[in-house]
Design a protein around this ligand. Structure first.
Ligand SMILES: Nc1ncnc2c1ncn2[C@@H]1O[C@H](COP(=O)(O)OP(=O)(O)OP(=O)(O)O)[C@@H](O)[C@H]1O
Ligand SMILES: [Mg+2]
Length: 294
């Protein structure tokens, strides 16, 4: 089972769109997928046609410290389609951010819940909130891989810096390795600026960038209103083609790839030994991932 977080502190860069459509496309390729909506905004939940406020059980009931995990993950799961399940969320999850502070085992509530599951999945995809806090930390702690959507804005790259800091911390303190790969989203080939930035990002991230690029596609935007993945909404849309290609690339990369393409962080780790500062390490890592014009 592979656990993949879609994470970036930057809001609106395509985390949820990627989480929903990657999950749906993996499911059509005979992969058993659980999507965990780990964002109190509950956009994945809404995007799959569920009404968050009317849900009796959500992922919050699984990780809330007050009750020490009232429910198991399997008890909150909703079936979305063949091979495709969702652990939904609602605004209540926002409470977990504060409640987890000081709670024992606060950083591994999600990991514990996933480990306790007996239902077999090939993939668990986690849609993270646009903030770096206990929820994001829990998601990364539970993941071997992270997809970092980048919508080719400088803010998107800044969002990466905090994420790198957590990734490095997990490696340094817990020896927990996460394979991070950037995914270019909302790309518009027609603009020279976008093509220029794409090349810069590829230069800087090296092999840690998906070959697949998610192009700007209005049909992807429309799917949200209809509460369904692009695979169901419009099979012929370029958004569907792109997410199919991403799913294929994710499958092909395989678990064996998990410890590869880690150069930026490994190099950063060496700096850690010299400086003893995780922040400096993160800054160095981010420096390496920033387009040089920024
Ligand atoms: N490839 C794309 N083409 C056109 N619109 C897109 C594309 N990807 C995402 N969008 C739209 O951009 C907006 C933000 O996307 P999304 O909700 O996936 O970002 P997010 O990173 O999850 O945001 P948040 O940080 O708030 O959780 C949405 O309206 C979505 O429909
Ligand atoms: Mg989102």
């Amino acid at each position: 089972m592979r656990v993949i977080s879609c994470a970036n502190q930057k809001g609106g860069c395509g985390k949820t769109t990627t989480a929903i459509n990657l999950s749906a496309c993996l499911a059509t390729k005979n992969q058993r997928v659980l999507l965990i909506d780990f964002d109190p905004q509950a956009h994945s939940t809404m995007g799959l046609d569920l009404k968050p406020s009317s849900l009796e059980k959500t992922v919050y009931d699984v990780i809330k410290p007050k009750w020490n995990g009232l429910l198991g993950m399997e008890q909150v799961i909703v079936s979305i389609g063949q091979n495709f399940d969702l652990a939904p969320s609602n605004a209540g999850l926002a409470g977990a951010e504060q409640e987890l502070s000081g709670a024992p085992g606060r950083e591994r509530k999600l990991l514990d819940a996933i480990e306790a599951m007996t239902r077999p999945y090939d993939f668990i995809v986690i849609d993270c909130p646009p903030s770096i806090g206990h929820l994001c930390f829990n998601a990364l702690r539970a993941s071997q891989e992270a997809i970092i959507p980048i919508d080719l804005s400088i803010f998107s790259l800044r969002g990466v810096s905090k994420l790198m800091e957590i990734v490095l911390m997990l490696k340094e303190k817990l020896d927990h390795v996460i394979n991070c790969r950037a995914l270019i989203t909302m790309f518009d080939y027609r603009t020279r600026y976008a093509r220029y930035v794409l090349e810069k990002v590829k230069d800087e991230f090296g092999e840690n960038v998906f070959n697949t690029v998610i192009r700007y596609n209005i049909r992807l935007r429309e799917t949200v209103d209809y509460g369904m993945p692009i695979a169901e909404f419009d099979k012929h849309a370029i958004g569907h083609k792109d997410y199919q290609a991403l799913a294929e690339e994710v499958i092909q990369a395989g678990v064996a790839d998990v410890h590869q393409d880690y150069d930026v962080l490994r190099e950063a780790e060496n700096i850690l030994h010299d400086t003893g500062s995780v922040s400096t390490v993160a800054q160095e890592a981010v420096y390496k991932t920033k387009p040089s014009f920024s």
